[in-house]
Design a protein. Structure first.
Length: 119
């Protein structure tokens, strides 16, 4: 099942992925603190996520549960980035990431091991 979530919806999901099942009120409080949204904005986004099948709502107190794992969304978003920006070439994305900042010797060794494990 692939669910396309917008950045604003991902902020709602982020609270659930980070904290587990929580009430809509709690999500609204966290996002008010983190991004300044009012309660109605957050509730609207929660309802959108419910309609998309990303969140399940239960009582009491409008308890919210993430139906899709973070890893599934990360994979879909990464695929979309590779296809949209790097012409479907994961190695171009990899090269761009490596060229952006200095990486430590330990990180280089870790990356080498990841590549080796894929072979």
């Amino acid at each position: 099942m692939e669910v396309k979530l917008f950045d604003s919806e991902l902020k709602v999901m982020g609270v659930l992925w980070r904290e587990g099942d929580v009430t809509a009120k709690h999500i609204a409080e966290v996002l008010k603190e983190e991004v300044g949204w009012n309660k109605n904005t957050t509730y609207t986004l929660i309802k959108r996520c419910i309609q998309k099948g990303a969140i399940e709502r239960s009582e009491p107190k409008f308890m919210c549960h993430a139906l899709i794992p973070k890893e599934l969304v990360q994979e879909a978003e990464t695929d979309e980035l590779i296809n949209k920006i790097y012409d479907g070439s994961a190695d171009k994305l990899f090269a761009a990431l490596l060229g952006r900042k200095k990486i430590s010797r330990e990180q280089i060794e870790s990356l080498k091991q990841m590549v080796k494990d894929l072979e």
